[in-house]
Design a protein around this ligand. Structure first.
Ligand code: UD1
Length: 484
């Protein structure tokens, strides 16, 4: 079963590489064998979608059940891992969000064959990298999604060469990738940085001892992938212990990699000559789950989350219980109810298993509705309080002092026109709008679309009054076109 790309006006067109500009020494893509299988009806990056807004009328409690999607941050490295083998990698529970579409486009631009499932299998993606021709991640893609740098290690390990745009800063901070580069150099790569690109090469990577100066999630993932095909043993210390790292190690192990210690600070990898295809189910998105939990708490709702993993949400659950929330956690579901006044509690973002920086913005909205003063300290990113200013415009009492935000509650929130600055900041505004008095208009919701699958449909399904305006995103079709 093959999918045909559709042109923006709906007609079928011949598959083409999405990007041009090959690397010297690499063959140009050959159109006959490059059966690029992307269904453009599912690619939600039409420029018009940048105009989308949410209109939310607050006041309704969220009641019912929400199914949590697969974790974007686990799916992105898993897709990059497919580069490490010439056999198909089948990934289940891939969320239908914009960052995933960007990564698909990136893989396709390199010559990968990406097939999307449909109908009941709409969250399955099969990636075959048996014909990689262009080991490059161009600026146009990297600038919209920093996680594109995750292809650096796998490309270098499999093809001996990679050219990846430097990501630059972003809304939440400088976000350098120096630790990825230093680590790859320790595995024997030669790396040049010019014209805004990182150009890396290595005959074959060799094992090495890497001690990360700082804990980095995608850095740990990038280096772990690179080391799977290196000659000899790699020991990585001060590694990230996030569930997404452990999930990637599980996939790589299924592909034939020899990895010990994922989920701890020290990971050992015995390099192998070749990896093979595998089938893997991506873990549930703990940040999407946490976002719905806070939305349910603030609206005084009664919400059941299914297909989630409460064991990944320990620090959030503990903090919410401190605030007075009642949460019943099963193995793959959670029930949240709240009818009481919340009490303030401080948080400080930390690497896993600490309080996740990706839940800080949503927690700030919760703090505006808690009785007392909450001090929120952001330790991971230097500029991650953009949402505070928008929340103040809705009536919150927040003072930002460097890496601390002091939130005094409870203050009623009232509707306003606000705009999203980054993915998680957007989530905090959506939650604020759900409890605000009146109709809030949230602009730049393309940030939400990067990481939340059909959030307005899920919210509507449990009673929220939310609609998207300016929407011209194509709906997922019942079944894709088929090429013989
Ligand atoms: C990942 C997550 C992101 C989350 C973040 C922290 C993905 C796709 N994204 O981002 O949602 O907010 O972890 O949990 O998984 N740093 C350096 N040099 C480097 C790399 C990182 O100084 O080479 C710094 C960063 O600027 C930051 C800290 O290390 O201050 C942690 O960043 P990192 O864990 O790398 O974040 P990401 O992996 O980009």
């Amino acid at each position: 079963m093959k999918l045909v790309p559709k042109s923006p006006n709906g007609g079928s067109r011949k598959a083409e590489p999405l990007l041009s500009g090959g690397v010297p020494g690499f063959k140009k893509p050959v159109s006959r064998s490059r059966t690029i299988r992307i269904d453009f009806r599912n690619v939600a990056i039409a420029p018009e979608s940048l105009m989308d807004k949410f209109v939310i009328r607050g006041g309704n409690p969220l009641v019912g059940s929400v199914r949590i999607s697969g974790a974007k941050n686990a799916a992105l490295p898993a897709m990059a891992a497919a580069i490490l083998t010439d056999e198909p990698v089948i990934l289940e529970n891939i969320p239908d969000v914009r960052d995933i579409h960007t990564e698909r486009n990136l893989l396709v631009s390199m010559g990968a064959d990406v097939e999307l499932g449909y109908g009941r299998a709409s969250h399955r993606t099969t990636i075959s990298c048996n014909n990689l021709v262009n080991p490059e991640a161009a600026y146009e893609l990297v600038k919209t999604m920093r996680a594109s740098t995750l292809v650096l290690g796998p490309l270098l390990a499999r093809m001996g060469r990679a050219r990846v745009s430097q990501p630059g800063g972003c809304a939440i901070g400088a976000r350098p990738i120096d630790l990825h580069i230093k680590g790859l150099e320790r595995l024997g790569a030669t790396i040049k940085q010019e014209h805004g690109y990182i150009e890396a090469s290595a005959e074959r990577l060799h094992g090495g001892h890497i001690i990360f100066d700082k804990i980095t999630v995608t850095g740990t993932e990038d280096l772990m992938m690179a080391a799977t095909l290196a000659q000899g043993e790699t020991i990585m210390e001060n590694c990230a212990r996030e569930p997404e790292v452990t999930d990637l190690a599980a996939l790589l192990t299924k592909m034939g990699a020899k990895i010990e210690g994922a989920g701890t600070h020290t990971i050992r990898i015995h390099g192998v000559k070749k990896l093979h295809g595998a089938r893997h189910r991506i873990i549930p998105d703990r940040i999407e789950a946490g976002t719905f939990v806070i939305a349910a708490v603030l609206t005084g709702g009664d919400l059941q989350l299914t297909n989630c993993d409460p064991s990944h949400l320990g620090s959030l659950i503990q903090k919410l219980e401190e605030c007075g929330v009642s949460i019943k956690a099963g193995t793959d579901s959670m029930r949240v109810t709240n009818g009481h006044q919340l009490v303030a509690a401080d948080i400080s973002t930390e690497e896993f298993p600490g309080f996740p920086t990706d839940m800080q913005a949503q927690y700030m909205t919760l703090a505006t509705q808690s009785q007392g003063t909450s001090i929120i300290t952001e330790n991971i990113f230097e500029n991650r309080f953009m949402h505070a200013h928008e929340l103040v415009r809705m009536g919150a009492n927040i003072r930002v002092e460097g890496s601390r935000a002091i939130v005094r509650g409870k203050t009623p929130l009232s509707s306003a026109a606000v705009q999203c600055s980054d993915l998680r900041a957007s989530a905090s505004l959506v939650i604020a709008a759900l409890v605000a008095d009146g109709e809030t208009i949230i602009d730049r919701v393309y940030h939400v679309d990067r990481g939340y699958e059909r959030i307005e449909e899920k919210l509507k399904g449990v009673g929220a009054q939310i609609r998207r305006i300016g929407e011209i995103l194509p709906k997922r079709a019942a079944a894709p076109s088929v090429v013989a």
